[in-house]
Design a binder for this molecule. Structure first.
Ligand code: DAH
Length: 334
């Protein structure tokens, strides 16, 4: 009997050693300690033994029971712990979460809006999918006008296209409200332009419109001069160069003196000493007609600036594509 128990002990421990899963351990427990276990079978024969033999066999059997139970407990505890904390190595350094921030274009738009709201302008937005009337006709760009060529962009369906400028929002606001009006309109615009270092099929503009009684070109000059000096520094000079836009008369291109070379001539300004940042002019009476404003009573100015252009000049960026490639090495510098 003693020999049988010793034998049992050997197989029990070797089976327990091999057990990898909780259910394997449970099988070992049932096999060696359960009611129908081999040990129980053996102990049934105790009644035929002498008192001394009983005591001895009983002792060995109890030791075996205790040892195997203890070992089972130890193994279960170890397995449970391994399951609870299977893949965590607390000595590995943590993964640092990169902290996000706003995109340089958004940042530039915020700066532009801040300056104009401090001058009393309201920020409004308009749809990117726009009707022809707002993108063209009401802005004095009729169907057969050559100015339409550079602007005729992505049509989604008849009479619905991705807007080519933010100017349509001027019309949308004037249709709904009476003067005085002082708004700026930041937003995305779309052009059929091939992508290169200075062109993109999508970019951002901020439009401006001010309409009231007795608004003159000097109001336009004063307002834009304040804006550009706040944006680029007190020293910059502002120049209005004659140009044509269908929706303004007279119209001008808007230049700032090159602050990279102080007008000595450099690559950024192509040795001209000036940098173009947008267009402007006095609202054309045809536009007022389209929104039923009395053009004898009211006058106004409008302007449009390119956000990427301003950001490129301000931060010394030489390729517009960098804004849209989402390269973290570029973006994290702002
Ligand atoms: N919409 C013009 C463009 O995209 C920019 C512009 C020029 C807007 C003159 C104006 C303006 O409001 O008066 O090229």
């Amino acid at each position: 009997m003693l020999k049988e128990i010793k034998e049992l002990q050997k197989t029990a421990f070797s089976e327990l050693n091999k057990a990898q899963l909780l259910e394997d351990i449970e099988k070992v427990r049932i096999k060696y300690l359960g009611r129908k276990s081999k040990l129980s079978q053996i102990l049934k024969g105790l009644k035929d033994l002498t008192v001394e033999q009983k005591a001895e066999v009983g002792k060995v059997a109890n030791i075996f029971k205790r040892k195997i139970s203890q070992e089972i407990e130890v193994k279960i505890t170890a397995l449970n712990e391994a399951n609870l904390w299977p893949k965590i190595d607390i000595t590995i350094p943590g993964i640092k979460n990169a902290r996000g921030h706003i995109h340089p274009i958004t940042k530039t738009i915020y700066e532009i809006c801040d300056i104009f709201t401090s001058l009393g302008f309201n920020v409004v937005e308009g749809p990117e999918a726009e009707k022809e009337r707002y993108n063209f006709e009401a802005l004095n760009i009729p169907l057969d006008h050559p100015a339409r060529d550079a602007f005729d962009t992505f049509y989604l369906k008849d009479d619905l296209l991705l807007r080519s400028h933010t100017s349509p929002v001027q019309v949308r606001v004037m249709e709904k409200e009476k003067p005085p009006i002082a708004i700026i309109v930041p937003g995305k615009v779309y052009r059929p332009d091939a992508v290169d270092a200075t062109h993109s099929f999508m970019f951002h503009q901020v439009e401006g419109l001010l309409v009231d009684k007795n608004i003159t070109f000097s109001d336009l000059k004063g307002t834009l001069s304040v804006f550009l000096r706040k944006m680029f520094g007190k020293e910059v000079k502002v120049r209005f160069r004659p140009h044509f836009f269908p929706f303004t008369e007279p119209s001008a291109d808007l230049d700032v003196s090159c602050f990279v070379c102080n007008q000595k001539g450099c690559r950024v300004c192509s040795d001209t000493g000036w940098l173009e940042v947008g267009g402007a002019g006095m609202v054309d009476p045809e536009v007022f007609k389209a929104v039923n404003y009395d053009y004898d009573e009211f006058s106004g100015f409008a302007f449009g600036v390119g956000v990427e252009r301003i950001a490129m000049l301000k931060y010394g960026i030489n390729d517009i594509r960098l804004f849209f490639e989402n390269d973290y090495r570029f973006l994290k510098q702002f």
